[in-house]
Design a protein around this ligand. Structure first.
Ligand code: ADP
Ligand code: MG
Length: 472
């Protein structure tokens, strides 16, 4: 490329940077390269498909106009994905003799003893503990999880250097619906099947690892270790907290994705509802493939029960659960996979201890406390604010404002009270969502309304009606 072209490209990048801001620029454009300019079209490249599609859907006009400001004739931007440049960890590019010997020893050890190296490898990277039962083989596929399963399978079967199909893969669902099972299945499959390194971390482990690494001043080593892996799997992302951790998570995410590594994430809510996360992280998370797993249907529940019985029979050959009992359990235990597992465990324990076959009557008795009313709907703070505002004829921004007139104060307190009682959000989080109030203000509101509801019938009726509207 000539110097003139180089200069022009720098100016275009400068325009882009000032038009989208430093943050957006460094997240999305820092790794965009100029390939060529021909007549009316400019050929640019980025390292991943993900970046390509993101830039195309969100910034193609911007990119074009920044070029046109320099070269008015340009009317087309071609954006392609550069062939994957795998930026291997420096140690690998130029292995020191000691280093490579250790590698050889390790792989010899791995060859010699079956499944152990999976966790040895994984443990060495500081991964969270894996449950050997949570594999694809024991995962039952049904309508509510077909897509999540297919996507996870696809990720697990990827080979080093394969183009990444969707990045990150983001799986969300309520509790006990199989997220951890799928994520661990990906980890087992990836680490056993091929030469890739898959690291499974809970968000807590990520935080702990990072914070601990900071304290011992090995954070660079920690980051290097993270960057040396092919697939990073993070479970329960909703627990990621703290500004430093988040900033670090954001960097790690960007670094891995841009280097063509796969990231898989699970959380109990969609990216847009991860309220404590920075907007940039949320949009990056939402930019891959987001799949929701719905509550388990009856067929799937039956399938899971059957597979649990089969697993139990491996150790207790005489254990059996008659079909009508399985059907009863699948119909009655609607809540989640953990309760299904619990039910089979209890039947097993009972039949072993009393040396009795499993009957319907015994099952009914054993699992009675696992049978819960239908799962409550997940309620969002925005919905609460909207519905409360409507009921009291104020605007949502009144609720968030600092106005203290009585006609706004009471609805605001009611809304905070409902947010505390109908969602799992913490007091500080609710405070933030109500115009950046302190958690003590929220606590005061919750206590106030709790007190009033028991005395004031009108208010109590209003609150009940709001709850009904929200739960519909
Ligand atoms: P989550 O992480 O979504 O809270 P888990 O993955 O821990 O849920 O699942 C809870 C329990 O239900 C586990 O024992 C898991 O093996 C079981 N389970 C959930 N979905 C399935 C499934 N589709 N097939 C087999 N077992 C399942
Ligand atoms: Mg889980």
């Amino acid at each position: 490329m000539s110097n003139m072209e180089q200069d022009r490209w720098s100016r275009v990048k400068g325009r882009l940077r000032s038009s989208v801001g430093e943050d957006v620029y460094s997240s999305w454009f820092a790794r965009m390269d100029l390939e060529s300019v021909q007549d009316e079209s400019v050929h640019l490249s980025v390292p991943t498909r993900f970046l390509k599609s993101w830039i195309q859907t969100h910034y193609s006009d911007k990119v074009l106009s920044c070029w046109q400001a320099e070269l008015p004739d340009v009317n087309r931007i071609d954006l392609t994905v550069r062939s994957p440049v795998r930026c291997a960890a420096p140690a690998k590019e130029a292995p020191a003799p000691a280093e490579s010997r250790r590698d050889e020893q390790r792989s010899a050890a791995e060859r010699s003893n079956g499944a152990a190296p999976v966790s040895a490898n994984h443990d060495a990277l500081g991964g969270s503990p894996l449950d050997p039962r949570l594999t694809f083989a024991s995962f039952v596929v049904g309508r509510s999880n077909t897509l999540a399963h297919a996507a996870a399978k696809q990720v697990a079967e990827g080979r080093r250097g394969d183009p990444v199909m969707f990045n990150p893969l983001y799986i969300h669902s309520g509790v006990g619906l199989g997220k951890t099972h799928l994520l661990q299945a990906v980890t087992w499959a990836g680490n056993t099947g091929n030469e890739r390194k898959v690291l499974y971390l809970t968000a807590e482990k990520f935080m702990y690892g990072f914070v601990a690494a900071l304290k011992t001043q090995t954070s660079l080593a920690f980051k290097e270790a993270l960057r040396g892996i092919d697939v990073l799997v993070i479970d329960d992302l909703q627990f990621l907290q703290g500004k430093t951790t988040q900033a670090e998570f954001c960097h790690t995410l960007n670094a891995l994705i841009d280097a063509g590594r796969q990231v898989v994430v699970a959380a109990d809510r969609p990216p847009s509802d991860l309220e404590s996360l920075d907007e940039r992280v949320r949009s990056r998370l939402a930019g891959g493939l987001v799949v929701e797993m719905a509550p388990l249907g009856e067929d799937l529940r039956l399938g899971i029960l059957r597979s649990r019985v089969v697993a139990a029979r491996a150790h207790h050959a005489s254990f059996d659960v008659p079909q009508p009992v399985l059907e009863y359990l699948a119909r009655a235990i609607t809540h989640n996979g953990r309760d299904l597992e619990g039910a089979i465990n209890r039947l097993l324990a009972h039949s072993k201890l009393n040396n009795q076959p499993v009957t319907l009557e015994m099952a009914e008795h054993e699992v009675r406390d696992l049978i819960r009313p239908s799962e409550p709907k997940r309620i969002k703070i925005e919905d609460i604010q909207r519905i409360v505002a409507r009921q009291y004829n104020v605007s949502r921004s009144d609720l968030l404002s600092s106005r203290r007139t009585a006609n706004v104060v009471r609805p605001r307190q009611v809304a905070m009270y409902l947010a505390k009682t109908l969602t799992l959000r913490s007091l500080p989080e609710i405070g933030r969502r109500f115009g950046g109030r302190d958690h003590t203000t929220v606590l005061h509101a919750v206590r106030k309304i709790e007190g009033l509801v028991s005395k004031d019938n009108t208010l109590s009726d209003e609150v009940e009606s709001l709850k009904r509207q929200l739960q519909e």
